[in-house]
Design a protein around this ligand. Structure first.
Ligand SMILES: [Fe+2]
Length: 590
């Protein structure tokens, strides 16, 4: 059974499943070079069909993530985050009305259903238009199903987790009127347990605080998670007057939404409030709400495995706390956890419904997440020549990369198929030594990034216990850099460049079966240095999506003034490489 999955809103994209196995997936942002772009995924559909070797006539079903939403044939700019998006006059009017009238919600419970009912004609138009577009533009004539937003998230988490029995929880800002769903799944049999309305969204509050701290809501929440470790959680009581846990759910006790929430929160903060302390406070409040909420449903169901998806679980610290909950044996966070993962989730959901025998209960729907496009050696070489970049042919490239990193060079790497999801996992990554504490400052400056969490470590899976504490039950999800762990004293001492000020790191555990080439680089680096870990940061520059093509890679390599560019079997050297490494050695006095 061949299913094309589509998501057409935030971080839109497409995915292809064959008999319940995910064979290709990509997000539009990588192809049109606009981060988290919103709108119909024209190029993603074309790409997954090509990469998967499938013709439109071969498709049995198309699954679209989300039932409610506007038809957006043109891309919508998300560069200024949630509050910078022009969502159209009608939607903005509804948002303003909802925000202004939110205080009436308890006394007038019919207002919320009324809001969604008024918008139904717009949602129906989208469903009609998408079907028409698929027929006329892509020649896709099979049936099209629209999957509820949170069920698509949940299906992605469960069918990728490899769990047979699990508590499946979704947590995000908002989708189809909800911000969370809870399911009990036993051997592939789903029981819906609970939903939290969008109005009571924890994800929204995290986004409001992101905006108040001077960053972009919906885009920069990760900066707040990193910044939190530098502050004191002194405003938790204030935040709990807005969003709190109560009786197995989350409640927007502040009765605030979007514009009114920003205003009320700003007013509630003391004069001269600290950005670090506010970040620490929303982080603690969020961890507290999520652990109490999931703890409640875990106890109710007796499930010991937890599968998670949704934008809130992009928060690696929240995931650590969930993993540490009493009674949780194993946790799995879907690697494309935010809305970029909806296309695959929708495809998996409809497969499970149409052909339950193909739904992979107890077996993950993928072996790895290198599910994007790949590029032929000839294409890479031709692009390097066309861009006037001198290069060498190095068939033993992994050894060269390990040697260069050992010698203090920064190596940007494009190899094989692009990763699916927000993390670069070795195929579109920038690599460096983990023992240089200062790397986060100078390399982020060079890449024009502001980050408060250190770069992530890629560690050989067999050495994970030497480096991290409390791994048990999270080894699988740690293949995708989705969770933090406390670092061992040996790790803190030997690899300070990847350890946060709170003593944690968010590793990618690399095994030979997941990525043989990347594994060989780290293995060789370990042979040369004794360190089983390498710095892995995504290959992109300021506010751009991770590179996809050789041309994107060359551009980022030049703009970032990086030392080496390794693409397939080819190696190119940056003009300033030796000068930079010599200057760094002098500065260190070595
Ligand atoms: Fe979502």
């Amino acid at each position: 059974m061949i299913v094309l999955g589509i998501s057409d809103h935030l971080s839109s994209g497409a995915a292809l499943t064959i008999d319940g196995r995910l064979v290709a997936a990509v997000n539009e942002e990588r192809l049109v070079r606009k981060k988290m772009v919103i709108g119909f995924p024209w190029k993603s559909v074309e790409t997954v069909l090509r990469v998967g070797g499938v013709q439109p006539k071969d498709l049995d079903l198309v699954a679209v993530g989300s039932r409610w939403g506007h038809f957006l044939p043109e891309y919508v700019d998300f560069s200024q985050g949630v509050f910078g998006v022009d969502e159209g006059q009608i939607k903005n009017l509804f948002f303003s009305m909802g925000s202004a009238l939110s205080f009436l919600r308890e006394t007038m419970p019919f207002l919320e259903p009324l809001y969604y009912n008024l918008r139904q004609p717009v949602f129906m138009r989208r469903r009609h238009q998408i079907g028409k577009l698929l027929r006329h533009t892509f020649g896709i004539h099979c049936p099209v199903e629209f999957v509820w937003h949170h069920y698509a998230h949940a299906a992605s988490a469960y069918y990728a987790s490899g769990f047979k029995d699990a508590l499946v929880v979704t947590l995000d800002a908002s989708g189809d009127g909800h911000s969370s769903h809870v399911y009990d799944v036993t051997d592939g049999k789903w029981t819906y347990l609970h939903a939290v309305p969008s109005f009571d969204s924890l994800g929204n509050y995290y986004a409001y605080i992101t905006q108040i701290c001077g960053f972009l809501a919906g885009k920069h929440e990760g900066k707040i998670t990193g910044l939190a470790a530098y502050g004191e959680p002194s405003y938790c009581d204030i935040l709990r007057r807005f969003i709190t846990y109560r009786d197995g759910t989350m409640v927007n006790v502040g009765n605030a939404f979007r514009g009114s929430a920003l205003t009320k929160l700003r007013k509630a903060l003391p004069e001269g409030w600290s950005r670090e302390d506010l970040a620490a406070s929303i982080q603690i409040v969020s961890e507290d709400i999520c652990t109490r909420y999931i703890g409640h449903w875990r106890e109710r169901t007796g499930k010991r495995n937890v599968a998670l998806a949704g934008g809130v679980v992009a928060n690696v610290k929240i995931n650590q706390r969930i993993h540490e909950l009493p009674g949780v044996d194993a946790v799995f966070v879907y690697p494309a956890m935010s809305d970029e993962g909806l296309s695959a989730g929708a495809a998996l959901a409809v497969t499970a419904k149409a052909a339950p025998e193909l739904a992979s209960a107890g077996r993950s729907c993928f072996d790895h997440v290198y599910l994007g496009p790949d590029f032929e050696e000839t294409e890479i070489a031709e692009t390097l020549l066309a861009e006037g970049i001198p290069f060498d042919h190095r068939p033993q490239g992994e050894k060269d990369i390990a040697r260069l990193v050992t010698n203090g060079y920064v190596v940007a790497r494009l190899n094989g198929r692009m990763e699916y999801g927000p993390r670069a996992l070795g195929n579109r990554s920038i690599l460096y030594r983990p023992d240089d504490r200062s790397v986060n400052d100078w390399l982020n400056k060079r890449l024009r990034r502001t980050e408060f969490m250190p770069f992530a470590p890629s560690t050989l899976a067999e050495d994970a216990d030497r480096c991290y504490e409390g791994l048990s039950g999270a080894e699988n999800t740690a293949r995708f850099m989705t969770i933090t762990f406390g670092c061992t004293p040996a790790m803190k001492k030997s690899c300070p460049g990847v350890v946060h000020v709170d003593g944690t790191a968010r590793p990618q555990l690399v095994s030979e079966s997941d990525n043989p080439s990347y594994y060989r680089i780290i293995k060789e680096f370990k042979r040369l240095t004794g360190l089983p870990t390498i710095v892995n940061t995504s290959f992109n520059i300021h506010e751009e999506p991770i590179v996809c093509t050789p041309r994107d890679a060359i551009r980022a390599f030049k703009e970032g003034h990086l030392d080496f560019l390794a693409m397939g079997p080819f190696l190119a050297k940056g003009a300033e490489a030796d000068e930079r490494v010599e200057a760094a050695k002098l500065a260190r006095g070595s």
